[in-house]
Design a protein around this ligand. Structure first.
Ligand code: ADP
Length: 652
């Protein structure tokens, strides 16, 4: 609920508040992130003392299980240290009674002072052991924490790479990823919190054992002091978590703005479009809303904590009254009373630790829940396809295929039939938005069709092992990656072929990337990352040559190229297209291009219009017979000025 309110606020306040310019032309759709919290809100509502009790053991178990996965030896050592520390705590308390008894006796008869020595020695030894173990426990926790965090991150990254591509089009996937990421961030705290909780529990148990032995009637009073504080702490956690949910969208907005304001890709447009003040104002507006919500939560929390402490203080007064009563009525002796005082102090510390670390752990646990659910099912999008391993495809085909993007109102592809065979080059053309890129994603098994079948040698891509399928696929997407790695790695992508650099150079020569590499300071070894020390920046066209070299280097049976030469100069483009026929000898090649003269080399051209295949044929056929291809071709050839322009230029 709180979340929904925050979303509504975001939309209502942002434009006016942020720009400060008062333009009202911003009545468009509000920027609303797709995920509204899911079970998080339910969880916050359910955050009660009862749940605290039932969840804490599970959370402690989980943190030790994660620690176990990264370093078993350290976990065993940690548990042994905890146990011995708890035992020495109890031993120390019992020794206190004897020591106090002896000391009180010695006060009356100084000759008996020596009898206190053994108990005092035990006391000192117990304290010493606890101190040494405390250092060991701290060291072990410090050793485990970063390892746990890295393991958590590794599992999350693994889950993300094992999600269906379509996941990114599902509302909430990115938000779930962000939440899981928060889980990774806090995972390093989990072991410390768990071990502090266990240690507080050990302290409490040791004290409770002593109190039970000496004055059992005080035990319920002790509990009474803890309950109000525990309840206040749980309620405080709930308040904090609800404010976290309420600010979720604004915090995401802040992240998004931060990225956009600083990333190199947009840096030029931020300047030339003089956009910075507008975006900065948006940033400030979201920040203010986050602060306002946090302030409200902090105030509520302070009130609750104050109430809890007052009630706890009252109960503590009752308990101390009980101690005085027991002593005054002679129900316990002076030595026992002294020990009980020590035990009560130590029990109070234990209780405080349990409540404090318990609520810390609950919070961490909540984020870890997000992490766990992401790791387990990649937000419901884990790759779950067949296990058949395809060979080099000889025939890739779409049969009556329809595709609708998640949450889209209508299908992007309708009843598409399409095929490409080994040795063949098929060009796909059509206007923007006609579905060409979507078709490429289906051919290469990145997405699965929502209707019909995409088959590789007669086997549906649903039944094929996706990773094996992608090993047989080379794709040059429109937006190709520019990996911050060496030129060599940017071409072989960590999968060198048996010929090593020889193959890398051959692929580079086929795309014109050899000229790029030749001019690099250290050739193939050069780091292609401007942001890194010593890295080199390439132009878009140079990068595109590298991207095409990548696909050429890959020994894959299906080559899919989506506008592979859009940024290339005529020489480089010519080199790629003349080399394509040789590449196609043992590959099935699909090529999307807007430059229709490039389709001359294709064996077949498929023309798409609004998600349907409307024409198929050779270049000769399609450019001579009436139809969309001929229209587009004629438009591309027509470079005459639009009507009226000539006259205007002449000043008619
Ligand atoms: P083309 O490559 O021919 O320009 P696309 O295949 O990229 O066309 O897109 C076809 C249609 O699918 C467009 O109308 C676009 O709005 C829609 N579309 C593309 N990607 C997505 C997406 N991730 N989610 C929803 N709709 C999408």
């Amino acid at each position: 609920m709180a979340d929904e309110t925050a979303v509504a606020d975001t939309g209502a306040e942002q434009p006016g508040e942020s720009s400060g310019t008062g333009e009202s032309g911003e009545s468009g759709e509000e920027l609303r992130f797709a995920y509204s919290g899911g079970d998080s809100e339910e969880w916050a509502g359910d955050l009660t003392g009862r749940r605290l009790g039932s969840r804490l053991p599970r959370l402690v178990g989980r943190s030790f299980a994660l620690a176990w996965a990264v370093d078993r030896g350290a976990v065993v050592a940690l548990l042994v240290c905890q146990l011995v520390s708890g035992l020495s705590g109890a031993l120390g308390l019992f020794a206190t009674t004897r020591a106090l008894g002896a000391l009180i006796g010695a006060a009356q008869n100084p000759g008996h002072l020596g009898s206190a020595v053994p108990s005092v020695l035990v006391l000192a030894a117990a304290a010493g052991v606890r101190a040494v173990l405390g250092v060991a426990i701290q060291g072990l926790s410090n050793r485990l924490a970063p390892r746990i965090s890295r393991e958590a991150e590794f599992r999350m990254l693994e889950a993300a790479t094992n999600a269906e591509m379509a996941a990114y089009d599902h509302p909430g996937f990115n938000d779930r990823y962000d939440k899981a990421d928060r889980g990774v961030e806090v995972s390093r705290d989990m072991i410390g919190q768990s071990q502090n909780l266990v240690s507080s529990l050990a302290t409490l148990v040791a004290a409770a054992v002593v109190i039970t032995a000496l004055a059992p009637v005080l035990l319920p009073l002790l509990l009474l002091t803890a309950v109000p504080q525990a309840l206040a702490s749980v309620k405080g956690e709930r308040i904090t978590y609800l404010s976290f949910l309420a600010t979720f969208h604004d915090r995401r907005m802040l992240n998004m703005l931060r990225w956009n304001l600083t990333h190199k890709d947009q840096a030029d447009q931020i300047r030339t479009d003089t956009l910075a003040p507008y975006l900065l104002a948006k940033y400030r507006a979201s920040g203010t809303k986050v602060d306002r919500t946090n302030d409200r939560a902090a105030w509520q929390r302070a009130r609750v904590t104050l109430l809890g402490s007052a009630a706890g203080g009252l109960a503590a007064a009752l308990m101390w009254g009980g101690v005085m009563f027991l002593l005054g009525t002679g129900r316990i002796g002076a030595a026992s009373a002294g020990t009980v005082v020590f035990a009560l102090r130590s029990a109070a510390q234990g209780l405080q630790g349990i409540v404090g670390y318990g609520s810390d752990l609950m919070r961490t646990g909540r984020y870890m829940d997000d992490w766990e659910s992401f790791v387990e099912e990649a937000a419901g999008q884990r790759l779950d396809r067949g296990a058949l391993v395809p060979g080099r495809p000889r025939h890739v085909a779409l049969h009556r295929v329809g595709y609708r993007y998640p949450e889209a109102d209508e299908d992007t592809l309708h009843e598409v039939d399409f095929e490409v065979r080994q040795g063949e080059i098929v060009a796909v053309v059509g206007e923007n938005g006609s579905g060409k890129t979507t078709l490429m994603k289906l051919l290469s098994g990145l997405n699965l069709p929502t209707e019909g079948v995409v088959a590789w040698d007669g086997v549906s891509t649903r039944d094929l092992d996706p990773h094996a399928l992608w090993r047989q696929t080379a794709v040059v997407p429109q937006e190709f990656a520019r990996w911050p790695m060496s030129a060599r790695e940017n071409i072989h992508l960590g999968q060198p072929r048996p010929g090593g650099d020889e193959e890398v150079r051959r692929a580079a020569a086929a795309s014109g990337a050899d000229d790029v590499v030749a001019r690099l300071r250290s050739g193939l070894d050069t780091l292609l990352a401007r942001e890194w020390w010593g890295g080199v920046a390439l132009s878009s066209g140079q990068w595109q040559r590298i991207a095409v070299a990548r696909a050429t280097h890959r020994d894959a049976g299906l080559l899919v190229m989506d506008e592979p030469t859009s940024d290339l100069d005529p020489r480089a483009e010519h080199r790629i297209f003349t080399g394509l026929r040789r590449l196609a000898e043992d590959r099935a090649v699909v090529l999307v291009t807007h430059n229709l003269s490039n389709t001359v080399i294709a064996d077949r051209i498929v023309v798409m219009d609004r998600g349907r295949v409307v024409q198929q044929g050779s270049f000769q056929e399609l450019t001579t017979r009436p139809g969309l291809m001929r229209d587009l071709w004629l438009l591309q050839q027509d470079r005459s000025a639009p009507p009226g322009v000539d006259g205007a230029l002449r000043g008619d």
